[in-house]
Design a protein around this ligand. Structure first.
Ligand code: KG4
Ligand code: ZN
Length: 340
């Protein structure tokens, strides 16, 4: 069968610290989704070092691409299009993927689809849940973003609110770094918090009742750091699991309250979580509990599709292809790119 009929889209993702290539059929079936994480490379710095990320993408992209095609059992002739993240993200990292995609499209005579990374995160939900359809409210929480979005229809977005300072994942990573726990901090804090008491320390819930859908996380991070300092000055050793659980509870409580209110105000019956922080177990459980009490369904992708991956890029690329969209070869990478 020809690629055109099966709608095989190759998706490339290099916006931050994951090098990924995937082949997705018909916007739904994942034939391969190869992800090479650079966490090992950046962990000693406690965050992503842009120059190291660009170089690592350059080294890893072609092997990752070959593996993705091999695992899917397809060749260039089977493909219908190449989709690639054009932004937002680290500019050098984005350029690696975008230039590779352009070269492939020229060499293989395929259409290019330049994808918005934030939109692709939301579309990971449609990949996982074939029955899911808008209208919905999406909470997009990643290392670089924290936003609440009303999605009345496919490919249409209204930004309800976003973080005024740190992103959710950034807060997890910074607190973990301060505690010397390693990088990325989100999964480590998630794990530790399961053994701690979320009510041990009452950290601030910024903007909880201010009537907006905006978030603020830098004050919470500072509150955690100050708390540890004060404990140490008194010669006490704070319980790390209790701290992790208390910090996480403050983050989750605000996210759940604002998402619930957004769903109510937008009158939607579906909420979708997206981005790396959507892996967080406390967020998932607490959100499900709050939403189900009002008859609202919660959706989220499995961990491999929450974090940065090529499959979500290919899934969105397929939709763009079907809508007749094509990106020009001159399309540029954009470190800042709004969703709406
Ligand atoms: O979406 P993503 O893979 O990359 C960006 O586009 O930023 O998100 C990465 C972020 C990191 O900050 C990481 O610490 C966080 O997601 N993260 C988590 C969890 N797993 C990953 N945060 C909280 N709980 C988790 N289980
Ligand atoms: Zn991401």
């Amino acid at each position: 069968m020809s690629g055109g009929l099966k709608g095989l889209v190759l998706g490339l993702e290099t916006s931050c610290d994951e090098t990924s290539a995937a082949v997705v059929a018909g916007g739904r079936d994942i034939l391969s989704n190869v992800i090479a994480s650079q966490a090992d490379l950046h962990c000693r710095y406690g965050g992503v070092v842009p120059e190291l990320a660009s170089r690592a993408h350059l080294e890893r992209l072609l092997p990752v691409l070959q593996e993705a095609l091999g695992e899917a059992g397809v060749s260039a002739a089977d493909l219908s299009a190449v989709a690639v993240t054009r932004g937002p993200g680290l500019i050098g990292a984005l350029l690696t993927g975008l230039n590779c995609a352009k070269a492939l499209c020229l060499a293989w005579d395929l259409p290019l689809l330049a994808v918005n990374h934030l939109e692709a995160h939301i579309y990971a939900n449609f990949l996982q849940h074939p029955d899911l359809e808008p209208p919905l409210v999406a909470l997009l929480v990643s290392g670089g973003h924290t936003m609440l979005v009303h999605m009345p229809d496919h490919r249409r977005y209204r930004l309800l609110g976003e973080t005024l300072d740190d992103a959710a994942g950034e807060a997890y990573d910074k607190v973990a770094r301060y505690l010397g726990l390693g990088y990325p901090g989100g999964p480590i804090i998630d794990e530790l918090a399961a053994k701690g008491d979320p009510a041990a320390v009452r950290f601030p819930r910024a903007l909880l009742d201010n009537g907006t859908f905006d978030f603020s996380l830098s004050g919470l991070k500072t509150a955690v750091i100050n708390h540890i300092r004060r404990c140490r000055e008194r010669g006490e050793d704070p319980d790390i699991a209790d701290l992790a659980a208390s910090f996480q509870e403050a983050v989750v409580e605000v996210q759940v309250a604002k998402t619930l209110r957004a769903a109510r105000e937008c009158g939607v019956e579906r909420v979708a979580l997206a981005g790396g922080v959507a892996c967080n177990r406390r967020l998932r459980d607490s959100m499900r509990e709050a939403l189900s009490a009002e008859g609202i369904s919660l959706y989220y992708p499995p961990p491999s599709l929450c974090a940065d991956n090529g499959a979500m890029v290919a899934a969105l690329g397929y939709r763009m292809l079907m809508a007749g969209e094509r990106s020009p070869m001159e399309v540029e990478a954009a470190s800042v790119l709004p969703l709406a």
